[in-house]
Design a protein around this ligand. Sequence first.
Ligand code: PMT
Length: 425
Amino acid sequence: MSQRLENRQIVIGVSGGIAAYKAVEVLRLLKRAGAQVRVIMTENATQFVGPVTFEALSGNRVCTGLFKDTEKDASIRHIEWAQEADLVLVAPATANIIAKYALGLADDALSTLLLAAAAPVVICPAMNSQMYEHPAVQRNIGQLRQDGRIIVEPGAGELACGTVGPGRLADPAEIFDRICGALTEKDYAGVRVLVTAGPTREAVDPVRFLSNPSSGKMGYAIAQAAEHRGAHVTLVSGPVNLSPPVGVRTVPVICAQEMAHAVFAEFDSADLVIKTAAVADFRPKDPAAHKIKKGDPNEEQNLLLERTVDILKTLGDRKKEQFLVGFAAETRDLERYARDKLSAKNLDMIAANIVGRADAGFGADTNRISLFYRDGEKEELPLMEKSDAAHLILDRVLDRVLDRIPDRIPDRIPDSLKSGTSIGQ
Ligand code: PMT
């Protein structure tokens, strides 16, 4: 469960499109994250998905019209919902509801709620490609952007009507992610964050490599969390099966050498570096130019390895104002090895985790991290989602980085963080 969405009040507005069923999945994701969800449907939307589905999954009555409800206060319910909402989502948003909202029309429950809402509004257009590209629709979307609404661009592909092009409702996971972003305080606005993630692959020959099980989840969670908090984020990523985080500049690399080049090129313009990547310490000294062939069944092969560049140590040697966070992946003696790395690599903080467990370290969605700081302080975090661990690490960094880059930190920092002691200098 994401702590960021827990008990947040979200209204989902569903307008009449074939993608209405995908709003069900968004609702599920929001509920799973602990949000309170209310659903308001246009009359047309009820032709695609029954209100009962949304009612069952949200645990709340669904509003389907201004005067349809027999309850006494039904006609003002949508106004109350608008006032109580932390965020309003419209998914799918048809050309019709987009036009009404852009013009300020209020002739049904959803369009009325939209005008009454003071909370952030996220609009997810979905329609036929030609409709989507029509100048009138684009003009209305542009107007909503100008009004400060968040637009989640539709994807491209084959649409229900058979045409191929843009107009397909964005993936529920992306919509969920944008909601998280919209509800996150921008306490990293202006801060330049460099994150590394994933494994590296060191070639043995053109078809084989040495690597490790890093999925990239921890590093991607940190990059996304920093982006949600307003940072300019560059993510240098080894090969993983994850979609690049929205709003993050992602630089794909394969091997340790490439990662080193990419990181060194970005380092001078970073305020904060978080090195989550599982970089190979060794690589084959002489990778074969062609696929190594099997010979005699009893034949043994020796693989001569050489050290890769220690990227983090090089950064520690070069660092000026940057705040440097390393990770330590260990199978034993976590604290001893983490503290050794903290001092040998001249880090400000290290996040250490035991790897080789099902619920933490490589590949898992959760992690159990211990944080060690330069002044000797230590903090053991409980098992939590990697996304929550990412935010916690960023909270702790902000605590300690405040007096280093005060000009980049906006006024909106919570008092709890302002009073944080400054260590790691
Ligand atoms: O990707 P996931 O599946 O989500 O898994 C997350 C994780 C287990 C990979 C992550 O939480 C983690 O522990 N990352 C660090 C992995 C690692 O390489 O640890 P290490 O103890 O070997 O290295 C210490 C630090 O030096 C790391 O910050 C590493 O990025 C850096 N390093 C290591 C070797 C090298 N040649 N260059 C480096 O910069």
